[in-house]
Design a protein around this ligand. Structure first.
Ligand SMILES: Nc1nc2c(ncn2[C@@H]2O[C@H](COP(=O)(O)OP(=O)(O)O)[C@@H](O)[C@H]2O)c(=O)[nH]1
Ligand SMILES: [Mg+2]
Length: 241
């Protein structure tokens, strides 16, 4: 079974078409766990309505909790529902992550624990992303690679990933509530850094981020995200993780 965890905060312009695209690719053979993070728009209503037609489960955070807690709630739910051999995908709720990559990511998980849709491989790229955002992801990637080198991993901040359900189950059992502690976007690299404890094997597939398809503005706050990345790197280096 494939579980797809989608954090969604004010994604009313995107979430409906994303969920339809997912069903076109996977033809009903999946369960999407959408976590509506206290959206102030119609995101929750749209997802609940689609859940009567498609294999979708919608969780609601009230009020907005941030990306870290949202990912934690969604992954916990997917792990709880999963069995041995299942795969858990994470992807953005904003149509920048094309679901057509899912079958190849699932195929590649044989012999690995995590498969990352990576923007930094030959054949990969980013369409429609500002230079500032490109610098941010490359700068963050450089620092994270220096601080926490992981074999075969280049893209630490891509939120589009496939995990073996068993690997995530082990992480939740071992770390308990400490598996995902970062509140914002820094939770995305935190998950990979924490999986190093289990000698997790990483693979990447080339991925083109379709930022030009996005119909909403980004929720990332660049100065806060930079500060949180630096704080997290410092904390994990000094105190361990
Ligand atoms: N739960 C939650 N999700 C968020 C928040 N901010 C952004 N997201 C979600 O996290 C994902 C990444 O955010 P997004 O705006 O797409 O960032 P960008 O694509 O990197 O510019 C999307 O699925 C958002 O809906 C938040 O405060 N809470
Ligand atoms: Mg996005």
């Amino acid at each position: 079974m494939i579980y797809i965890v989608i954090p969604a905060y004010d994604e009313e312009k995107n979430i409906g078409s994303l969920l339809k695209q997912i069903d076109d690719v996977l033809k009903g053979k999946y369960l999407a766990v959408v976590v509506n993070d206290g959206s102030t728009d119609k995101t929750g209503d749209i997802v609940e309505e689609m859940a009567s037609k498609y294999p979708i489960r919608c969780l609601h955070n009230v009020p907005n909790q941030g990306l870290g807690i949202t990912l934690r709630n969604g992954l916990k739910e997917a792990v709880k529902l999963s069995s041995k051999g299942d795969v858990i995908i994470t992807m953005d709720g904003d149509v920048t992550h094309d679901p057509n990559y899912i079958p190849s990511m699932v195929e590649k998980i044989n012999g690995a624990d995590v498969v990352i849709a990576s923007r930094f491989l030959p054949g990969a790229g980013e369409r429609g992303l500002s230079s500032l955002r490109k610098i941010l992801s490359r700068g963050a990637g450089f620092l994270l690679r220096c601080a926490f080198p992981i074999k075969d991993l280049r893209d630490y901040t891509s939120g589009y990933r496939a995990f073996k359900a068993e690997t995530l189950k082990k992480a939740f059992q071992d770390y308990n509530e400490q598996f995902i502690t970062e509140k914002g976007f820094s939770a995305t690299p935190e998950i990979l850094i924490k999986l190093r404890r289990f000698n997790a094997k990483f693979k990447e597939v080339p991925f083109i981020l379709k930022y030009d398809a996005k119909k909403s503005t980004s929720k990332i706050n660049i100065p806060i995200t930079i500060a949180r990345y630096l704080k997290m790197i410092f904390k994990f280096k000094v105190r361990g993780f």
